[in-house]
Design a protein around this ligand. Structure first.
Ligand SMILES: [Zn+2]
Length: 334
């Protein structure tokens, strides 16, 4: 079977992009290499700016894209909750105005959208600063359609120390542990990307659900603190979790990031823990530049081509492209 038909048959899921940020002035600055302002055009028209919009998603054969709602202190210090709610609203407005894009909150929703020839979008939170210290806010975000929550966005917040706050070796706070219990109860997937190692181990200890690392790679392949050690990957696998491969060049290869380099991480993880725990989490529109060969979301089929070239069976390829993420979504969010 050729790679194109495998890609077409697969329900491709990408568990992280920062595209919603590109729709807000708060995040985009003139001459910023990272976020190109596209608030006027939205994501319904094909653009040469940034990495992701609906026409390019369709070209790239992506069935479901998880869109992150986020509020970093460094960029939006004043109103994290308001910023997050405005991003949620903008996402739903985009879905209403783009006939090919459907908002989804479940496995069934993703499958049903694909069956009807549509692509889908799911909301996640990147950095629970947005609850402004009130656990009850997770329930509000659940009602608004959010199904995945990262406790931190690298910096320390009330719930945990992030990956750039490693000095004291702190993991989850008491509120962070409460958050884990609340998210488990609501059926929201806990995203461990951006936690420091201590926070990861605290989540694994306290959650009763499998976890996702929505956009993190293998530290043994590329020694970046945002990537996961072998022990962490093994614990994630034992917990039934899935990790989405991040395309950020500095997480892929210390010197030269390419599409092949991303697939090297997939190889490594499959060798370490088998084929059931790896997926895609591009970080498109959240990375300053992309690996060679993965210039934007339309290039996704080239990952499938590379997996075929490396001799993977169709079943393993389909799991990697989205099957594993779908299993996790079905198990936790329904
Ligand atoms: Zn991120």
């Amino acid at each position: 079977m050729d790679y194109q038909s495998i890609h077409k048959e697969s329900t491709v899921v990408d568990t992280h992009c920062d595209t919603l940020k590109c729709l807000f002035n708060e995040f985009t600055k003139p001459h910023d290499s990272m976020w190109k302002y596209r608030g006027d055009i939205g994501i319904g028209k094909r653009s040469s700016l940034g990495h992701l919009d609906v026409p390019r998603m369709i070209e790239g054969g992506v069935s479901c894209q998880v869109f992150a709602v986020s509020s970093e202190r460094s960029r939006t210090p004043a109103f994290p909750l308001r910023t997050a709610i405005m991003m949620v609203e903008r996402f739903h407005r985009e879905c209403e105005s783009i006939p090919q894009l459907e908002p989804v909150t479940s496995y069934e929703g993703i499958i049903d959208a694909k069956r009807r020839g549509k692509v889908s979008g799911m909301l996640s939170i990147e950095g629970a600063d947005v609850i402004e210290g009130r656990i009850e806010m997770f329930g509000v975000f659940h009602r608004l359609g959010v199904r995945m929550v990262g406790l931190v966005h690298s910096l320390r917040n009330q719930l945990a120390d992030g990956v750039t706050d490693r000095r004291t070796g702190g993991g989850l706070s008491e509120l962070g542990v409460q958050a884990v219990e609340e998210l488990d109860g609501l059926g929201m997937i806990i995203d461990i990307s951006h936690l420091n190692d201590e926070g990861f181990w605290d989540v694994i200890e306290h959650t009763k659900n499998p976890v996702i690392a929505s956009h993190s790679n293998a530290r043994a392949v590329c020694g970046h603190p945002r990537n996961m050690t072998d022990e962490m990957i093994q614990a994630l696998a034992e917990n039934g979790g899935v990790m989405g491969m991040n395309f950020a060049p500095s997480f892929v290869h210390p010197v030269k990031a390419t599409l092949g380099g991303v697939v090297d991480h997939i190889d490594y993880i499959i060798n370490l823990v088998g084929p059931d725990h790896v997926g895609l989490g591009s970080d498109f529109d959240g990375i300053p530049y992309t690996p060679k060969g993965l210039e934007d979301v339309s290039r996704m089929p080239d990952i499938t081509r590379e997996l075929v070239k490396r001799g993977y069976e169709k079943e393993t390829i389909m799991k990697t492209l989205g099957g594993n993420h779908l299993r996790l979504i079905r198990e936790i969010a329904g």
